[in-house]
Ligand binder design. Structure first.
Ligand code: FMN
Length: 162
């Protein structure tokens, strides 16, 4: 079973988790980035990113390597923006949906505190699925390390490996 962790991260929390998961399960990391980077400082980051998420934007992505045929399983990882997956994830799915619809899907969402469930439900809609194999919600795992985050991540990894 070959797994890809497809993720976007603005400030490193989702990347921290993507790397932790891929290290433990031996998955490939597929980092996606928008062609035009979002502002990542001050209030502008919330205004631009938030607006892009609310209007359901699908920003153009920088080139990435992803050969769908190589994988049986995809784990999506993203920061929650305005109770939605950060928009580059929607772009990736739009570009690849027909090639990935036979895969098994799991998800992790990083947030400051709220909206992750809604964001995960939106991702289900993008993928036309009713459930993920495994789901994980973390509070800023790089910036606010906690036993709770570690425990949930270990449980998620066990579920993926079973
Ligand atoms: C534009 C924007 C919108 C956000 N919206 C939410 C939100 O709705 N709920 C929440 O709990 N955190 C929200 N956050 C916080 C991030 O989801 C959170 O800090 C996450 O861990 C950042 O992940 P990253 O470091 O991988 O970018 C938002 C952050 C940004 C930049």
């Amino acid at each position: 079973m070959k797994t890809a962790v497809v993720y976007y991260s603005m400030s490193g929390n989702s990347e921290f988790t993507a790397k932790k998961i891929s290290d433990k399960i031996g998955a490939d990391l597929i980092k996606i980035r928008p062609e035009k980077a979002y502002p990542d400082k001050g209030i502008r980051k919330f205004i631009w990113g938030g607006k892009s998420a609310v209007i359901g934007d699908t920003p153009k992505l920088l080139p990435y390597e992803f050969d769908a045929d190589k994988y049986d399983e995809i784990i999506f990882g993203f920061p929650v923006w305005a109770s939605s997956p950060a928009p580059p994830i929607k772009s990736f799915i739009k570009e690849n949906l027909s090639k990935i619809s036979d895969k098994s899907f799991s998800v992790f969402a990083c947030c400051m505190g709220g909206g992750a469930k809604k964001a995960i439900d939106k991702l289900k809609n993008y993928l036309f699925i009713s459930d993920f194999k495994a789901e994980l919600t973390l509070i800023d795992p790089k910036d606010k390390p906690s036993k709770e985050n570690d425990k949930k991540t270990d449980e998620f990894i066990s579920k993926i490996l079973n």
